[in-house]
Write a protein that binds this ligand. Sequence first.
Ligand SMILES: Nc1ncnc2c1ncn2[C@@H]1O[C@H](COP(=O)(O)OP(=O)(O)OP(=O)(O)O)[C@@H](O)[C@H]1O
Length: 263
Amino acid sequence: MLRLQKLTKTYRTGDKALNAVDLEIPKGQVLALIGPSGAGKSTLIRCVNRLVEPTSGKVHLGDGEEAVEITSMSSSRLRRARREMGMIFQEYALVERLTVMENVLSGRLGYVGFWRSFLRKYPQSDVDEAFRLLDRVGLLEMADKRADELSGGQRQRVGIARALIQNPKVLLVDEPTASLDPKTSRQIMRLICELCAERELAAIINIHDVALAQMFCQRIIGLQKGEIRFDGSPDDLGPDVLTTIYGEEDWKATIRPAEEAAA
Ligand SMILES: Nc1ncnc2c1ncn2[C@@H]1O[C@H](COP(=O)(O)OP(=O)(O)OP(=O)(O)O)[C@@H](O)[C@H]1O
C-alpha cells in the first residue's frame, strides 16, 4: 500500500534526517516507528505526504496499477493524492473556535469546491458520514461543542474522525499520545488500531512509548540517525535491540515482560 524507496532528507542546515530508507507497508498493517529524539521519525512521516520535501527517493502509494508516485507529482496532483493520506497530530491541530462537527467536516476540504469550503457548506452525505464517525469515536453527544471545550483525549478523537472522513488509504500518525495520560493513551491507540483493522488502512505511528507500541502494533521499525536499525514484531524487541536503537540503558522496566506479552 505504501512503499518508500531510498527516501532521503537532508535539511538546508546540513542535518541528514533520513538516509536512503526502504520500507514497504501492506494494506491493513499498523506500524510503529520508534527511535530516539532526532532519529528522523517526524521527518519520515512528513516526507511521505511531502509536508517536508524529500531530497531524493520515491514514495509509492497504492497497489498494482493504481499505485502513484508522490515525490514527482505536480502540486495539483499532490493535493489530490493527499486526500488519500490522513494525518493525525500530537497537538491535534483543531480549529479551537469551531465546533467538533465543523472540525470533522474540515477533513473534506480536499474534496469540496472553493465556495463550499469558504462558506463551510458541505454536502448532506458528508454531514451524515461525520455523524457516523463521531458516533464511532464516541463523541456523538459533543458534535456542537467548541473544540476548546474538550479534553485532550476528546480532541484526539476529533482528530481521528477528521482524518477518517477523508476516506484515506493510509494514516500518518505523529505522536498521537504524547500529550495524554497513560489510560487515555491506551484508549486512543486502541481506537486507531481498531479503525485501521475495520477499514484495512495502513498506518505509520510515530511513538515514543515503546511499551505502547508493543501493545498495539503488529510491526515495529526502530530508526536511528535516519536509518532503519530494527524491523520486526513486538516480541522480538528485546533489551539488545533497544540498546542498538537508543544506546546502553537498563531496559527491563521499559519493555513488556514476556509473561504479559503471552497473556
Ligand atoms: N526544519 C528543520 N531544519 C533543520 N533540521 C531539522 C529540521 N527538522 C528536523 N531537523 C533535524 O533532522 C533530524 C531529525 O529530526 P526529526 O524531528 O525528524 O526527528 P524525530 O525522530 O521525530 O525526533 P523527536 O522524537 O524529538 O520528535 C534532527 O537532527 C533534527 O535536528
